[in-house]
Design a protein around this ligand. Structure first.
Ligand code: ADP
Length: 267
């Protein structure tokens, strides 16, 4: 088991460009054993931030991409049948709590509510996880830390975290970084020159203004890095933008025209 947890250690420093005071705030929350919620649109650096913090704090990181079919057993664990009979297998949350990892539940709101409530006893000062099927009350390792992500743009009245869940977390807001910072990130991650990254960021800023006017979500930093990576492969900028920025986010012909026009303003 010791070796298993070592696989989750982040050995090389993940590049992360701080945007505000999020690094210090996270460190303080970790020290205070306060679970953390990262709020913000998709592709704006939440996952990268957790990876960076796990590396900085020297803790293993267990990441779970949540989905609507996920049951409590998927994250807590279950009995499996093998040649010798039944054997308990820890789910990712239990594994992280037992071995002192940071557990990152990505898009927790996607999971069913009966799944969400299993984290409750881990998030208050009890820091326990009842494994009812196994008859064990697991006390979390002192290094264990729970982090969840939450995209406020996706939430509806039908699907939202309960107040009783939200109030257990300290929250950090994430958004697309300021122009100059985003240029730096896109250039660093894709390998293109700053002047080209600057144009990509300008296109995204225009597209982000269309959010709510036909676009559900703006062009993310991740998408700009995709476009830059294609350009770094020698693909002409316009074709790269169409593939990485325009086509993935809309099928609407008028919206595609509007985005193509934004691209041709800069390239
Ligand atoms: P999220 O988890 O918010 O959906 P990610 O963390 O996967 O988004 O971010 C997408 C990509 O954008 C990352 O792989 C990384 O390359 C880049 N990125 C975004 N913000 C930053 C940042 N502040 N520093 C470094 N890279 C960033």
């Amino acid at each position: 088991m010791k070796d298993m947890i070592e696989q989750y250690r982040v050995t090389a420093e993940p590049y992360y460009r701080p945007v505000a005071n999020e690094v210090e705030m996270f460190e303080a929350a970790y020290a205070a054993k306060m679970p953390v919620m990262l709020k913000g649109p998709t592709g704006c650096g939440k996952t990268r931030f957790v990876e960076h913090m796990a590396w900085k704090l020297g803790k293993p990181l267990v990441t779970v991409a949540c989905n609507e079919d996920m049951t409590a057993s998927d994250i807590v664990g279950r009995f499996l049948l093998d040649a010798d009979g039944t054997r308990w297998q820890d789910g990712p949350l239990t594994f992280a709590a037992r071995h002192g990892a940071i557990c990152y539940l990505d898009e927790i709101v996607e999971a069913r509510q009966d799944t969400t409530v299993v984290i409750h006893p881990l998030t208050d000062n009890r820091r326990v996880l009842p494994l009812e099927k196994k008859g064990e009350l697991l006390r979390a390792h002192p290094d264990f830390h729970l982090v969840i992500s939450y995209n406020p743009g996706y939430q509806s009245l039908m699907k939202d975290l309960k107040q009783s869940t939200k109030q257990r977390f300290g929250a950090l807001d994430f958004n697309y970084p300021a122009h100059g910072v985003e240029v730096e990130i896109v250039a660093h991650e894709s390998g293109i020159e700053a002047k080209d990254a600057d144009k990509l960021v300008s296109i995204a800023e225009r597209a982000r203004n269309l959010k709510g006017h036909g676009l559900d979500e703006g062009i993310s930093t991740r998408m700009l890095i995709h476009a830059g990576s294609l350009m770094a492969q020698g693909i002409p900028a316009v074709a790269a933008c169409q593939m990485a920025l325009v086509r993935p986010i809309t099928d609407d012909p008028d919206m595609r025209d509007a985005l193509d026009a934004a691209v041709s303003t800069y390239f």
